[in-house]
Design a protein around this ligand. Sequence first.
Ligand code: AMP
Length: 174
Amino acid sequence: MTIQEKLLKHLRNIPDFPKPGIQFKDITPVLNNPELFRETMDELAAKAGVLNPTRIAAIESRGFIFGSILADRLGLGFVPIRKPGKLPYKTYRAEYLLEYGTDGIEMHIDAVGKEDRVLLVDDVLATGGTISAAVDLVRQAGAEIAGILFLVELSFLGGRSKVGSIPCVSLISL
Ligand code: AMP
């Protein structure tokens, strides 16, 4: 079985969560399967390596799970991108529209610099609002985007169009 087939088998669809009409893709069965979790990280690390990043930045909270392991695997620094008010130091801020609401995200102003090629990581690409705000944050800091990695892409929502020509890789596309 390919990694894509295994991921499809272990992704759990939760209808109407957290709001009516949303088909929530629950990745926790992947995390709870040690072989598949490791194989998923192997695959993400292989895809990340060729993009030559200097830092890994991930979006709270599920992005942290994959992003921090990836940073450790590649021997790179990890940068948390968080919901407003969570980071203790001075931050850049960007607003975004979620599939189920609106919000903002923040990143410490000294987390990445002009010399960096930042790889962004999250679990699911839906409308693309969150990831385009994360791209905005990294650019506010003057850094380059090396690429973007997702476990799952909900291609029917067209989120990929929001990131333009940035290399954008997802392990599975639904
Ligand atoms: P978006 O900004 O619409 O691309 O939404 C992406 C963010 O919201 C990611 O951080 C996802 O974890 C979460 N998300 C949005 N839609 C879903 C969904 N259907 N299933 C799971 N997570 C989702």
